[in-house]
Ligand binder design. Structure first.
Ligand code: NDP
Ligand code: PYR
Ligand code: MG
Length: 591
């Protein structure tokens, strides 16, 4: 497989080079310059110490007005800054004040992206200290709007763009990225951006946003994170005609051309960064997502956030919800609207957990879970024509055309929306759920807010305040009949930063389903009675760093147990170890 990767720099196979080989007295040849023969091309990377004007424009090291008198002297900054000294806390206060002045969320987004490009540590300090306020800006829902308008708001490129023009040269493109020690890559091909469809190259906002959360919520160093957008074209007619579109103006490559390109990418990633780099597939369309996951799951450290991360977060929410609803997982009946990546991914993890709890075979536990797609309830009579990932959910039943009728005949206790289509949990649907459930559990997971199957207010009002409600994008608390209900945000952002951290700190080489269960269990363990009393089945995001450390520790423990961890010896206290590995954004002192 890897022999197809010819060294585009000179003829010899790049596989002849050992990326870990040392030269010149044991110093790692990170840039491959020393290993290259004279006829091979190398990337002329230089490393220098930033000072003066350059230091102020280096986002990784810039501290703005926080440079001390001594630093101003020793780094040639005199005169380049006004005389005042302003500590990071005061800078943070000022920035938050400025951001709060913007009424349009997209303006807040742009202000934050500008900050990230100007002063990385201050950006992360803001994000960490104000996570509940800023998460909806750098992430769903605003990131969705940012992707839709990416062409017009585009100022400076973020991340790495790998388009079909780079076919045969992907390894070279990876080498253009200035950082060498990459631990996490989030990659999209832009075909299913949230519930907004094919946004092509403009999907870059998603890997950028997800990796900002890897750092802020999970503590992975920013320099170890690499956002990538694979551009194989777009089938979005509007973008193809759009003057400011930043991607390839051609229809999507498919079939062998697509598979070969992705294969070149995956091979080059392993070649350049080794076995332990985590590749998170994000917002691929389902006709590619399942195949990529199964194809590379046995050879690379890969994880599909939409299939697996979402499953873990929903399972954790269910464990919390059972404390309110009573009963075991197997005693509940689940109905999904949407049978794609998120829907079938969640369904499979619930069935797996039920099977572990009851010792019943997976084929049996799946029978408690029903899915509706755009053609109606998934039943045996449709089996032949179903996509492979839907087939396990084709149960014996009469055909049912729509969700409302499916709710009436299946009588689920839990209704989960993963359709990407807003307003599909209608008044009739919620009323039907409330007619046979004392406390119906309603999870409207589609993003962004415009695509949510219903709003929090609708869920509480139409169920007369009886629903337990969780949603993919944030909704404000709702007062109904004198009681304030706090919706939980059922979003994979609870899981992937901690999961990724756990994989990185243990040096894991593969992702295993049991690690997803471990991540889910750790999240569920952080839900307090106080959260449940307010109706929220998730802990507040303000605790996310602690939550992520616990998730990371549980995942790492599972990696050691499964002998998939390479960082030896195993640290004794994994929570403490995870915490000690987490990036903190406080300014450093320069000599
Ligand atoms: N909260 C979270 O953490 C996450 C939320 N999501 C959200 O979930 C949504 C779906 O994502 P994903 O599963 O990847 O998408 P997919 O495209 O893989 O699946 C969508 C599914 O919805 C079905 N569907 C579409 N329209 C309707 C309709 N009108 N009635 C019934 N079913 C319909 C499709 O049916 P058919 O197969 O017949 O076309 C398909 O089965 C997105 O909005 C995404 O943002 C995703 C991941 C995480
Ligand atoms: C949250 C997420 O991953 C999605 O909506 O696709
Ligand atoms: Mg996603």
């Amino acid at each position: 497989m890897e022999s197809t990767l010819k060294d585009v720099r000179g003829g010899a196979s790049v596989l002849d080079m050992d990326p870990k080989s040392t030269v010149g007295g044991g110093v790692e040849d990170s840039y491959g310059e020393d290993r290259a023969t004279e006829d091979q091309l190398v990337t002329p990377w230089t490393i220098s110490i930033a000072s003066g004007y350059t230091l102020l424009r280096d986002p990784r090291h810039n501290k703005g007005l926080a440079f001390t008198e001594k630093e101003r002297d020793s780094h040639y900054l005199r005169g380049l800054l006004p005389p005042v000294l302003m500590c990071q806390e005061l800078q943070e206060k000022k920035l938050m004040h400025n951001i709060r002045q913007y009424e349009v969320p997209l303006q807040k987004y742009m202000a934050l992206m500008d900050l990230e490009e100007r002063n990385e540590r201050l950006f992360y300090k803001l994000l960490i200290d104000n996570v509940e306020e800023l998460l909806p800006v750098v992430y769903t829902p605003t990131v969705g709007e940012a992707c839709q308008k990416y062409g017009s708001i585009f100022r400076r490129p973020q991340g790495l763009y790998i388009s079909l023009k780079e076919k045969g040269k992907i390894l070279e493109v990876l080498k253009n990225w200035p950082e060498r020690s990459i631990q996490v890559i989030v990659v999209t091909d832009g075909e299913r951006i949230l519930g907004l469809g094919d946004l092509g190259c403009q999907g870059m906002g998603i890997p950028v946003g997800k990796l900002a959360l890897y750092t802020a919520l999970g503590g992975v160093r920013p320099s170890a994170c690499l956002p990538i957008t694979i551009d194989v074209g777009t089938n979005n007619e509007t973008l193809l005609k759009e003057e400011f579109y930043i991607g390839l103006k051609q229809r999507r490559a498919t079939g062998k051309e697509y598979a070969d390109f992705l294969h070149e990418f995956m091979t080059a990633v392993k070649q350049n960064y080794g076995e332990k780099v985590l590749v998170q597939f994000e917002d691929f369309a389902n006709h590619n997502a399942f195949e990529l996951l199964s194809k590379y799951g046995t050879t690379h450290l890969v994880f599909n956030d939409d299939i697996q991360g979402t499953a873990a977060v929903v399972l954790a929410g269910l464990v919390g919800a059972l404390k309110i609803l009573g009963g075991t997982l197997a005693e509940h009946t689940f109905l999904f609207l949407g049978a794609g990546e998120a829907g079938t991914g969640i369904a499979e993890l619930i069935a797996l957990e039920m099977s572990k709890q009851t010792k019943a075979p997976l084929e049996e536990t799946r029978k408690k879970i029903w899915l509706v797609d755009s053609k109606g309830l998934i039943v045996n009579a449709r089996k032949e024509s179903l996509q492979h990932f839907k087939k396990p959910w084709a149960h014996e039943h009469e055909p049912v055309k729509d969700l409302l009728n499916a709710v009436k005949v299946i009588k689920p206790t839990v209704l989960i929306g993963t359709s990407g289509v807003g307003k599909t949990f209608t008044k009739e649907v919620i009323e039907a759920m409330a007619s046979f459930n004392k406390k119906p559990l309603i999870m409207a997971l589609s993003n962004p807010t415009s695509q949510s199957e219903c709003t929090a207010e609708e869920a509480y009002t139409w169920s007369q305040g009886r629903a337990i409600f969780a949603c993919g994008s944030p909704f404000e608390p709702v007062e109904y009949d004198g009681i304030v209900h706090v919706p939980g945000q059922s979003n994979n952002a609870y899981i992937f930063p901690g999961l990724g951290l756990g994989l990185v700190i243990s040096g894991a080489i593969r992702v295993h389903d049991d690690m997803l269960l471990a991540a889910s269990e750790a999240l569920a363990g952080q839900v307090t009675q106080e959260c449940l009393d307010k109706g929220s089945i998730y802990p507040p995001f303000s605790n996310i760093r602690k939550i992520s450390a616990n998730i990371a520790a549980n995942v790492a423990a599972k990696a050691y147990e499964l002998r998939l961890a390479t960082r030896l010896p195993r640290p004794e206290n994994l929570v403490k170890y995870a915490e000690s590995c987490m990036y903190t954004p406080n300014y450093r002192t320069y000599r």
